[in-house]
Design a binder for this molecule. Structure first.
Ligand code: HMG
Ligand code: MG
Length: 299
């Protein structure tokens, strides 16, 4: 059955912006995150402490993160690939991090310059040190449904890395459809396989990109399975610079519209959120791809 409530993990400021070619001023990012918090989002991924050459858009993490100090009652997780990233995040008082693994070798190489197992080895001390400090750790798992280089990704391959991330000590998983090729039946079979291998649904979040327009359908399939953590990006911003053909994430507005219709409260003020996405689209110079944003915004 459907979960009684859903936690939206907002990724617009990280997954959304990381794909923008023109560098967005740090002040605009800070205002974006403040506006997302004002709209009622309670988990807002803020930025990444990765190598600045790999993701130049987020090279301002040291300046941005302290600008969020006045935001209260909102979790502000940050991406951390290695101990260097963890040091940077902890120095600024981050209390939630995310490591990011891949179900495929091709993407592990492209995104982390490592094999899958080398990247897990890289994460091991990160997760261990984070847990020692009571820092919450999310484990992203990319390419769970398909990979631009390898094509279809076998379920057992995803299950293996998912279990490894939990064994390292991750508090939750986020199953990424990085290039947006999943369909609902595939979502159901992966969730069932994970459960069979002992991964509880309560530890699973879903992260859909909307390349083929399936993100919302896939989300509904996951909700029907009992998944209660859903990643989305305001206005449908997004993509991944290291994955060909990845487009925007599921738009938060589209998700909130569906959840409202299902009677699942999210605490999000859709009007405020839409206004935020319209404002950000003006800053970026192109309209939001979200159908709900377009339907609700005045012309
Ligand atoms: P590497 O080149 O192998 O790095 O990159 P290295 O470990 O060999 O270190 C080389 C140099 O980089 C060293 O400096 C390090 O100190 C420095 P030197 O000694 O040569 O002067 N360095 C760093 N500097 C600052 N911060 C750091 C850091 N780490 C090393 N954290 C690395 C390996 C992991 C660093 C690199 O591959 C990287 O930064 N990758 C990040 C890629 C990324 O952010 N991708 C997007 C996020 S994933 C995603 O979007 C998918 C998701 O949304 C889910 C889905 O949709 O599927 C999450
Ligand atoms: Mg993503």
């Amino acid at each position: 059955g459907l979960p009684a409530s859903v936690r939206i993990h907002e990724v617009g400021a990280r997954d959304g912006l990381q794909n923008e070619k023109a560098v967005v001023p740090t002040e605009i990012k800070a205002e974006f995150i403040h506006r997302l918090a004002d709209a009622g989002l309670t988990t807002i991924e803020a930025t990444s402490f990765v190598h600045p050459k790999w993701v130049p858009q987020l090279a301002d993490a040291e300046r941005l993160f302290p600008m969020l100090d006045d935001i209260e009652g909102v979790a502000l997780p940050v991406l951390v690939p290695n101990e260097r990233g963890l040091d940077r995040a902890l120095a600024l008082g981050a209390d939630r991090i995310a490591v990011f693994a891949s179900a495929t070798e091709s993407f592990a190489k492209a995104n982390l310059n490592r094999t899958v197992d080398e990247s897990l080895q890289m994460f091991a001390p990160v997760v261990a040190r984070a847990k020692e400090q009571e820092v919450h750790v999310r484990g992203y798992l990319s390419m769970c449904f398909g990979d631009p280089w390898e094509g279809a990704v076998p379920v057992h391959q995803v299950v293996r890395v998912a279990k490894s991330l939990l064994d390292l000590g991750c508090d939750e998983l986020s199953l990424g459809d990085t290039i947006g090729v999943a369909t609902p039946a595939h979502v159901r079979s992966l969730l069932a396989a994970l459960n069979e291998e002992g991964v509880p649904t309560s530890a699973i979040g879903v992260h859909f990109h909307d390349t083929y327009g399936q993100a919302l359908a896939n989300t509904l399939a996951a909700l029907q399975h009992g998944v209660a953590t859903v990643d989305a990006s305001a206005g449908g911003l997004g993509g991944c610079p290291y994955a060909k053909s990845a487009t925007g994430n599921l738009a938060t507005e589209d998700l909130v519209w569906m959840l409202q219709g299902l009677g699942i409260d999210t605490g999000v003020d859709l009007g405020r959120l839409t206004a935020t996405s319209v404002w950000l689209a003006e800053q970026l110079g192109r309209p939001s791809p979200s159908r709900t944003v377009r339907a609700l915004s005045p012309d």
